[in-house]
Ligand binder design. Structure first.
Ligand SMILES: NC(=O)c1ccc[n+]([C@@H]2O[C@H](COP(=O)([O-])OP(=O)(O)OC[C@H]3O[C@@H](n4cnc5c(N)ncnc54)[C@H](O)[C@@H]3O)[C@@H](O)[C@H]2O)c1
Length: 268
């Protein structure tokens, strides 16, 4: 019998925010790790190179192929450099996972206008900057898959105005890019995670809040970054060849429940 083919064998990927900000595993780190396990060569992009290097160590220890690059994805020159580097190192680009983002818990009366701009740049404009350089390179080799990390906070209020607005923007950007570039072989999808337990939120959650988050899902269980990462593997692979412009919710069913599920600090 033939050996089983890995799901991303021969593909080349960029993951932005491929490090984790704290102890444990974040969405970017888990996604980069699974991409490598499934046979992709992965360029690990992060503003904090030490964080990307930690992800690299884990991948190399498992025999995967990856390397790191220090970039700020809110800077257009850095994004150009990112895409040129992936071509130099691996010869092509098939997958772009736009993972960088962060929540900010302020209403419009509390937020400073500069803070608003900074979060919109980090959570939304960054995806435009990476994609505008990536798409022409993907087209050169027949197309590719772009995965934008949104949030269920993009379709529900979460007492974090700029986060909700930026993630709603990610959803709009995703369907727009999918329509604009489909005929060029580019698929663009978003993942909308729910309350996943990652270093992005763990620092502000008490055990009680964590238990409440579990209870507010249909499944009654907690999400992990690996749940987000498996969704990204599917969207990156040829298994999703006819899927574009979709928003894949990964939230244990929390957003299908009609009761008011979250307290102030819980949504992310
Ligand atoms: N944790 C959750 O519950 C949850 C829920 C919904 C959506 N999300 C989304 O998941 C994504 C974050 O995932 P994570 O767990 O990997 O977060 P993380 O904070 O652990 O890691 C993000 C990485 O991005 C890097 N980074 C930040 N700004 C950057 C920039 N300008 N340029 C380059 N790198 C930068 C950081 O150094 C960090 O290593 C975000 O888009 C977030 O909105 C998370």
């Amino acid at each position: 019998m033939n050996e089983k083919r890995l799901r991303l064998e021969g593909k080349v990927a960029i993951v932005t925010g491929a490090g984790s900000r704290g102890e444990g595993v974040g969405n970017g780190k888990a996604t980069a790790t699974l991409f490598a396990r499934e046979g992709a060569s992965v360029l690990l992009a992060d503003m904090e190179i030490a964080r990307a290097n930690e992800t690299l160590q884990g991948i190399e220890a498992e025999g995967g192929i990856a390397s790191t690059i220090k970039v700020d994805v809110t800077n257009d020159d850095d994004c150009l450099q990112l895409v040129e580097t992936v071509i130099e190192r691996y010869g092509r680009l098939d997958i772009l996972d736009n993972n960088v983002g962060n929540s900010f818990r302020k209403s419009v009366t509390e937020i400073d206008p500069d803070e608003w701009d900074n979060y919109m740049e980090m959570n939304l404009k960054s995806m435009v900057l990476t994609s505008r350089h990536a798409i022409p390179r993907m087209i050169e080799t027949g197309g590719g898959s772009i995965i934008n990390i949104a949030s269920i906070a993009g379709v529900r209020a979460s007492k974090a105005a700029v986060y909700t607005a930026s993630k709603a923007g990610v959803i709009g950007l995703t369907i727009s890019m999918a329509a604009d570039h489909g005929r060029e072989g580019i698929r663009v999808n978003a993942i909308a995670p729910g309350a996943v337990y990652t270093p992005m939120v763990s620092w502000r959650l008490s055990e009680e809040m964590r238990a409440h988050r579990k209870n507010t899902t249909a499944l009654g269980t907690e999400g992990t970054p690996w749940d987000v990462a498996w969704a990204a593997v599917y969207l990156a692979s040829d298994e999703s060849r006819w899927v574009t412009g979709s928003i894949l919710t990964v939230d244990g069913g929390s957003s299908i429940l009609s009761r008011h599920a979250y307290t102030d600090a819980e949504i992310s």
